[in-house]
Design a protein around this ligand. Structure first.
Ligand SMILES: *[C@@H]1O[C@H](CO)[C@@H](O)[C@H](O)[C@H]1NC(C)=O
Ligand SMILES: *[C@@H]1O[C@H](CO)[C@@H](O)[C@H](O)[C@H]1NC(C)=O
Ligand SMILES: *[C@@H]1O[C@H](CO)[C@@H](O)[C@H](O)[C@H]1NC(C)=O
Ligand SMILES: *[C@@H]1O[C@H](CO)[C@@H](O)[C@H](O)[C@H]1NC(C)=O
Length: 408
């Protein structure tokens, strides 16, 4: 009895092993092969996009086995989508991307929609330091649309998606992006290009074009304080909005507004200050209004390392010539002009040697009078010495006696 039971169990196992499992096994193998093929096409596509449109960016691949990207020449960072760990990696990347000095930007390539907390981290505006490009693969256009219009990504300029369109004998990829600024006032989704393994890109269209080239008449708000000759304005009572008056920055701003097709209001900062860096690393005043997006831009600020962490600067249009300063020279009374070139010691030595010379000469004269060599009064010594001190020295004493004789 027991033997029969064992045998039937064995037979049952054999049956299931040989008749059921091979079929399901075959299915999973063919599924895998399809996924493998799609994934290898995707790696070619991502590589092609990165090569053409973001060649100087660090590539960060999110959500797929690293082995599949092996044949890329360029080094890359691979993040698996597993909750906290990937969130931590993303936080680390955001904080340190500035230090990866070889790269001026990052391209995030996602093979699946990352978890919400990872998207939150990736799109955290406070951590945005260098430019970022998002490229994500979706199975359907509907998912791709939802991603492109995600509120959290609206502050990101460079977002695109790829969607596979696989028919029986051909596979093709649609590349979609959004146009953030559109005459309708809402972001629009566009299919900008197509790609297939055999034919490459169908068009030459940029996948990450400059989004801010045309604002379609949007009204922007600029925050500033007056600082002639750069910016001058007239206040409106009880209003932060001001009326700009002709000044250098206003002239420049008008040209930019015309070129980029926007209009603007100028306002004074909410706290009325040019501002300073708070201890928590954020700004108050003009820079704070731009940093916290209470205004779209500001004028007339100099570039500093601290400000660079919070705001983007345009090109420099004015260079401040900086110098050291001293008090201005005051005119001197004329009579001091004789005395000031020499200091006290020089005067002391001069006066005392003149006096000593007078005394010695007086005694010399006196001794000559006593010895009856001359009738000169000894006191003329004082006049002689004073005269020779104030008189101008001879350029050169004559050396030849003959010269002296003929002179006399
Ligand atoms: C992520 O970071 C937090 C805070 O630094 C830490 O407590 C946690 O252990 C990290 N998680 C992983 C998976 O590394
Ligand atoms: C795909 O197959 C259809 C017919 O089944 C054919 O008309 C078409 O040319 C094929 N396309 C390619 C690229 O082979
Ligand atoms: C500027 O924006 C307006 C409003 O959307 C639009 O009608 C106009 O065509 C734009 N100008 C250019 C040069 O694109
Ligand atoms: C301009 O700034 C305001 C907030 O002050 C914001 O709501 C708006 O989206 C900004 N406009 C653009 C085009 O960035």
């Amino acid at each position: 009895m027991k033997g029969i039971l064992t045998l039937s169990i064995f037979l049952f196992q054999a049956f299931t092993l040989h008749l059921v499992e091979p079929a399901s096994l075959w299915e999973t193998i063919s599924d895998r092969a399809e996924i493998q093929e799609e994934n290898s096409e995707l790696t070619f596509l991502f590589d092609a996009i990165a090569r053409m449109f973001t060649p100087h960016c660090l590539r960060v691949v999110m959500g797929m086995e690293p082995t599949i990207w092996e044949n890329w020449e360029q080094p890359l960072v691979s993040i698996q989508l597993s909750g906290e760990e990937s969130e931590n990696t993303t936080i680390f990347m955001n904080k340190n991307s500035e230090k990866m000095s070889r790269y001026s930007c990052v391209t995030y390539m996602m093979t699946n929609l990352p978890e919400n907390n990872v998207i939150d981290q990736l799109t955290n505006p406070k951590d945005k330091i260098i430019s970022r490009f998002f490229l994500s693969k979706f199975d359907t256009e509907r998912e791709a649309d939802a991603f492109l219009l995600d509120q959290r990504l609206l502050n990101e300029e460079n977002v695109a998606t790829v969607v596979a369109e696989i028919s029986r004998n051909k596979s093709e990829w649609k590349i979609m992006r959004r146009q953030l600024l559109h005459p309708s006032g809402y972001p629009q989704i566009k299919t900008v290009n197509r790609w297939s393994m055999a034919e490459g890109f169908y068009k030459k269209n940029e996948i990450f074009p400059e989004q801010m080239a045309n604002f379609f008449g949007k009204k922007l708000q600029g925050v500033t304080l007056d600082f002639l000759p750069f910016i001058d304005y007239e206040n409106i009572p009880n209003s932060r909005v001001v009326i700009p008056k002709p000044s250098l920055d206003v002239y420049i701003l008008n040209v930019i507004a015309k070129t980029l097709n926007f209009t603007y209001d100028l306002v004074m900062p909410a706290d009325g200050l040019w501002g300073y860096l708070r201890e928590d690393g954020h700004w108050v005043g003009v820079v704070g209004d731009v940093e916290f997006r209470r205004a779209n831009f500001s004028l007339c600020l100099s570039v500093t390392a601290e400000r660079l962490r919070s705001v983007d600067f345009t090109r420099v249009y004015y260079i401040d010539p900086l110098t050291f300063v001293t008090a201005k020279n005051r005119p001197q009374p004329a009579w001091l002009k004789l005395i000031t070139p020499f200091n006290d010691h020089v005067w002391l030595v001069t006066v005392s040697s003149v006096f000593a010379a007078m005394v010695l000469y007086y005694f010399y004269n006196k001794s000559e009078v006593i010895m009856k060599c001359t009738k000169k009064h000894p006191l003329t010594a004082f006049m002689d010495i004073t005269g020779s001190f104030l008189g101008q020295a001879l350029q050169r004493m004559p050396k030849l006696t003959g010269g002296q004789v003929s002179y006399k």
